[in-house]
Design a protein around this ligand. Structure first.
Ligand code: PHE
Length: 340
């Protein structure tokens, strides 16, 4: 009988020099049914008890060493073959293949934000973003809405317990953040998500989107605001779409107005499901920046004036596509979303 140590050395050398094809036959040669080590283990019964013990343990030892080495070799061969494949593989850009998933699309509200942003960019505005979790200061105080002012009732929200933090009720805190960062002249829009604690119906939901706008410089007047908003609506909905200003009140603008846009479906002819035959649809709030707001960010309110506006994105999107329930935007029903 061959020396087990010799057998082991020989087997390990063969394993070392093997390739993917020969590795299996080496395994069979030593460990298979008629393998060298298997034979030795089978013949143990013919030895004395002492030899049985010694040879048995040596053979089992050799077996596990060889098994481990075969395993290692397999791993390194796998790695080698993979690297080799990567080295030789060429990507054929001209090859067409079947992609089993259909292409997604932007959510209609995001599409609308992108369209609105593109129009304001073309009118010289830059784009900024602000946090959705705001402090009381940015959402209310700096906007001339002091603690316990009745104007807060209109914008009840979700508060973070124990902190003066809340989910922003409008994008107007973006005005304050923009003015803190930059000196006038300033022309910026701030699109984003806002939250209100209110019961939902076809026109209201606790989460929606706004696009805030702000311009501050010397000699800015209400006429600049009117011109800008009518340019905006013309660019987005066509030059035959009229807008109108209605007096309103916001704590952070003076004077303030709400803007309605003529119904693009009935063009003011009435008997319309979308505008409920009123011919006009409210799209935003706006006004001249209140001097107290300018003071809050340490702007010289005698030198500078400005205008601000806040657009409701869902409203415009519903209007554009004739959607009559805001809740459809948030149900994630693919039958609805695939239409855009
Ligand atoms: N923040 C106001 C709202 O959400 C809209 C607004 C913005 C009004 C800017 C005036 C100026 O109702």
């Amino acid at each position: 009988m061959k020396d087990i140590r010799q057998i082991t050395t020989e087997a390990l050398k063969k394993v070392k020099d093997s390739d993917a094809l020969t590795l299996e036959s080496i395994k069979a040669e030593y460990l298979g049914k008629d393998g060298v080590l298997t034979q030795i283990l089978k013949s143990l019964s013919s030895y004395s008890i002492e030899d049985k013990k010694r040879i048995g343990s040596e053979a089992n030892n050799a077996k596990s060493i060889i098994v481990a080495e075969i395993k290692n070799k397999k791993e390194s061969l796998k790695k080698f073959l993979f690297n080799e494949k990567m080295r030789n593989e060429k990507f054929d850009y001209s090859e067409s293949f079947y992609f089993p998933f259909s292409k997604g699309s932007f959510h209609p509200v995001i599409q609308m934000i992108n369209d609105i942003t593109a129009v304001f960019k073309s009118l010289g505005f830059s784009v900024a973003e602000g946090p959705e979790v705001e402090t009381d200061w940015y959402n209310f105080e700096a906007l001339n809405i002091p603690d316990s002012h009745p104007a807060r009732d209109m914008q009840n929200t979700f508060y973070v317990e124990g902190m003066k933090a809340l989910l922003r009720t409008h994008t107007s805190p973006g005005q304050i953040r923009a003015m803190e960062k930059h000196k006038p002249p300033i022309k910026v829009i701030v699109p984003g998500k806002v939250y209100r604690n209110e019961a939902s119906d076809a026109m209201h939901f606790s989460t929606f989107h706004q696009v805030e706008g702000l311009a501050v410089d010397e000699n800015i007047t209400f006429v600049d605001l009117m011109t800008l908003l009518s340019d905006f609506v013309h660019k987005l909905f066509g030059s035959d779409t009229n807008i109108r200003f209605r007096p309103s009140h916001f704590q952070f603008t003076e004077p303030s107005a709400e803007v309605d846009m003529q119904c693009i479906f009935c063009k003011g002819k009435g008997r319309c499901r979308l505008c409920k035959s009123s011919s006009w649809i409210e799209i935003l709030g706006c006004g001249m920046v209140h001097p107290n707001v300018l003071k809050a960010v340490h702007y010289d309110s005698r030198k500078y004036t400005g205008y601000a506006f806040g657009l409701g994105v869902e409203r415009l999107t519903m209007f554009k596509y004739g959607i009559d329930d805001i809740r459809l935007f948030y149900e994630n029903d693919l039958r609805f979303l695939k239409q855009f």
